[in-house]
Design a protein around this ligand. Sequence first.
Ligand SMILES: Nc1ncnc2c1ncn2[C@@H]1O[C@H](COP(=O)(O)OP(=O)(O)OP(=O)(O)O)[C@@H](O)[C@H]1O
Ligand SMILES: [Mg+2]
Length: 223
Amino acid sequence: MIIMENVFVRFPNEIEALIDINLKIGKGEFVYLYGPGGAGKSSLLKLINREVLPESGKVFVDNQETLKMKDRDISRLRKRIGFIYQDFRMLWKRTVYENIEFILNAVRMKEDMMFDRICEVLKIVNLLDKKDYLPPQLSYGEQRCLCIARALVNSPEIILADEPIVDLDSHVRNEIMRVLNNIVHQENTTVILTTKKNDVMKEYPHRVVEIKEGRITGAVNGE
Ligand SMILES: Nc1ncnc2c1ncn2[C@@H]1O[C@H](COP(=O)(O)OP(=O)(O)OP(=O)(O)O)[C@@H](O)[C@H]1O
Ligand SMILES: [Mg+2]
């Protein structure tokens, strides 16, 4: 369960990115965070993995307040989260395979289990035949798929998907949406997906939280 209570985020440049955010997201929910550019969508996701801290208010992930977490709690939190970053954040000089291996090394998966798991996840995003490519050798859509594979590989409890389907061909987009919908249903994973466009929300209906100028407008708390 993710809970935000009266959260206010101000960046050092004095920008007030999030104002009076109150939100509850249950385990296994699929939620769209919908709003225009600069609304605060990415900042809200980064509150959950504690990359961004509230100036006031509280953020809880499973009853633990993120502000009060110690280093060990923070690394435990991040291992439970798969973040599909809007700005990719992959290792550009490592192969597709190594990009995913890196994630599993960080969670200390046993070597003999790694190969199968990496191939499995590459198959899901249709990149298995490109496992030895470097990211610059992939198309934009394939780079997005690699980011998604990196987020999925550790079977996270929470997936924070920051505009994962933007600029993708419709068949890749549908494939990604199918994958995300499946893990919610089959593994009770929580997915929060940000989007500027509402077409995907019509095709794959889920709870919508609308955000504008740092404020939630028309949130449905799904309780
Ligand atoms: N690290 C930062 N330092 C200073 N200001 C920031 C930082 N990150 C975001 N902002 C500002 O906070 C506001 C919200 O940004 P955010 O990236 O959360 O919006 P967004 O809804 O994700 O936008 P987009 O749809 O373009 O990705 C913007 O005004 C942005 O300039
Ligand atoms: Mg963003």
